[in-house]
Design a protein around this ligand. Structure first.
Ligand code: NG1
Ligand code: ZN
Length: 549
């Protein structure tokens, strides 16, 4: 009774917007910030219920990532630090769209009964909440805290301004009973980075590798956090631009999304950066792409995207596994870790071919980290990346246990031997790279450590394979749900006849590949096309966009 009164009273303060259908998409709820108050409140409730149900710490992150500064959004981190289980998404949608407080309370009642969640205050629940640097974040965070406070026993712990992956990491380690402060996060990154650099046999003969690195912080939280982390790093000369402290606007002509989609220099980059290794984060620092500025007067860049980051990680990890597998006959390890690579249909076709030619197992999943992550977790070591720069490397607990020095020793893999070093490098990678979600800060450090190991310039790295020319477009539509797809989004199944029409277009272009899908974060249909020349890729994308219109 007390609980129901509290819910009714509080939720009356956060009426939902009229005539809107909210949907928990690929990255939670995302809309113009002005309509999100009730959604935040309700997602606060959702997080509290999830914490009660799982009896674990849950995360609630307020961000709209690479979207424009006037947008905002909210997503939940499950106990593992990964995305909210898909099983709860329908309930999330129902909650966000409940027309009145009475409907809301009825929904909560039904759902908690079905899920056996006790609302009598007999259990406590903890939710870590954080936000990115968007100005709307503060008020929205308060609404979310109100939602959490509307469930008796649930307590919000405000972590302040964080990158999305920092919050996911905190949830992940907190549920393992480990220390989870921001300082712990920075220490973990800097220590494992140092360890990887020190384990480099070629440490003294650097030539191609350049210490200088220029970072585009998208005027968001990533640049600010890197300023702090930088103090703990040796061996890198990092310059941060678009840190959010100056005039620039979040994600406006800056950041990973802009750089990857437009393939032109972000603001405050230009001829002074020719040939230097540059990297762009997105607005909440869960994505990164590298690039270089070529000489000449054009504003084009050479993009080194998520597919190439994935390829670099895959090469290095595979090399370590090969060294480990070449251990002497009297070792007792009978373990050959299964390495898998996960991409989406947006991966450049040349990258998929390259990875397969390396002998790697490559799988495609639909867009959205939740799908990639889930697939990658099936391997002992699973590497996933979206072309846009979101990705990470997952190590199974079993794999990590076999890389421990104590286990290696027991198995006659002795300190100082090459297999021992390779195992410890893999262990350092598992500590460096975020195990919960893609993370621009840890991704950057792993790229840097590997380039240094291999003594590669960014140019050398970029030449691993030549990207096929591609074009991405978005088409504004009234109802994006009219398009349905299958086969990891590569085939349209609804409306009928559309796929056949797309196939006819594709057939006109050598090396042509094209697919469309409804965006999970914007009211658009996305079109992706690849072909042997840029002109052909543009034409193919444009003609398929016309079919959608
Ligand atoms: P949608 O809007 O569903 O395409 C975009 C990205 C995803 C992912 C999410 C979450 C593209 C083509 N899509 O999803 O990869 O990053 O945002 O931020 O880049
Ligand atoms: Zn992001």
């Amino acid at each position: 009774k007390e609980q129901l009164d509290l819910l009714l009273r509080e939720s009356d303060r956060f009426p939902p917007p009229h005539g809107m259908r909210l949907s928990y998409g690929t990255a939670g709820f995302r809309e113009d910030a002005s309509v999100l108050l009730s959604t935040m409140y309700r997602v606060g409730i959702l997080a509290a219920l999830r914490a009660l149900k799982t009896e674990a710490v849950i995360g609630l992150m307020i961000t709209a990532s690479h979207n424009k500064v006037s947008d905002n959004g909210v997503k939940i981190a499950d106990p593992s630090g990964g995305m909210l289980t898909q099983e709860w998404e329908p309930f999330a949608n129902a909650l966000a769209n409940a027309p009145s407080s009475r409907d809301l309370v009825r929904l909560i009642n039904e759902f908690t009964e079905k899920e056996n969640i006790l609302l009598d205050g007999s259990k406590s629940a903890q939710i870590l909440v954080a936000r990115d640097t968007r100005p709307s974040g503060e008020v929205l965070l308060d609404a979310a805290k109100n939602g959490i406070g509307s469930i008796i026993g649930a307590v919000a712990q405000d972590m302040g301004i964080l990158t999305t992956p920092q919050l996911h990491w905190m949830v992940h380690v907190r549920n393992k009973g480990l220390e989870s402060s921001e300082l712990n996060y920075f220490d973990g990154l800097s220590n494992s980075f140092k360890w990887l650099l020190d384990s480099n046999p070629n440490n003294n003969e650097l030539n191609d590798w350049d210490k200088r690195l220029v970072v585009d912080g998208a005027n968001g939280v990533g640049g600010q956090k890197l300023e702090l982390l930088k103090e703990k790093l040796n061996g890198l000369a990092i310059e941060i631009r678009n840190s959010g402290k100056g005039e620039g606007v979040l994600n406006e002509r800056v950041g990973a999304d802009f750089v990857q989609k437009e393939k032109i220099v972000p603001c405050n980059f230009g001829s002074q950066d020719v040939g230097i290794r540059c990297v762009s984060f997105d607005g909440d620092a869960d994505r990164l792409v590298y690039f270089t500025v070529p000489s000449g007067s054009s504003n084009k860049i050479n993009l080194v995207d998520g597919d190439k980051i994935l390829s670099l990680f895959a090469i290095f990890i595979k090399e370590q596994l090969t060294i480990l597998a070449a251990r002497s006959k009297d070792t007792k390890i009978a373990f050959e870790p299964r390495l898998g690579v996960v991409q989406t249909a947006y991966a450049n076709g040349a990258s998929t071919q390259y990875l397969k030619d390396l002998g790697l197992e490559v799988v495609l999943t639909p867009t959205g980290v939740k799908y990639l992550h889930e697939k990658a977790a099936e391997y002992d070591i699973g590497i996933y990346f979206e072309a846009n720069g979101h990705g990470t490397v997952l190590f199974s607990d079993y794999c990590i246990s076999l890389l421990q020095p104590s286990y290696l020793e027991l198995s006659n893999v002795f300190a100082g031997s090459e297999p021992h070093k390779a195992a410890l490098r893999l262990l350092a990678i598992s500590k460096l790279i975020n195990q919960a979600v893609g993370d621009a800060l840890s991704g950057l450090l792993l790229v840097e450590a590997i380039l240094r190991h291999k003594n590669w310039s960014i140019h050398k790295w970029s030449e691993l394979y030549q990207d096929l020319p591609s074009r991405q477009l978005k088409v504004k539509v009234v109802d994006r749900t009219a398009v349905e797809t299958s086969n990891a989004e590569t085939k349209v199944v609804k409306p009928p006849g559309l796929q056949e029409a797309i196939d006819l277009e594709i057939a006109k272009y050598p090396q042509g590949r094209c697919f469309i899908r409804p965006s999970g974060t914007e009211d658009v249909i996305r079109v992706y096309a690849e072909a042997s020349t840029q002109e052909a890729a543009d034409d193919l994308a444009n003609s398929v966009a016309k079919l959608v219109d």
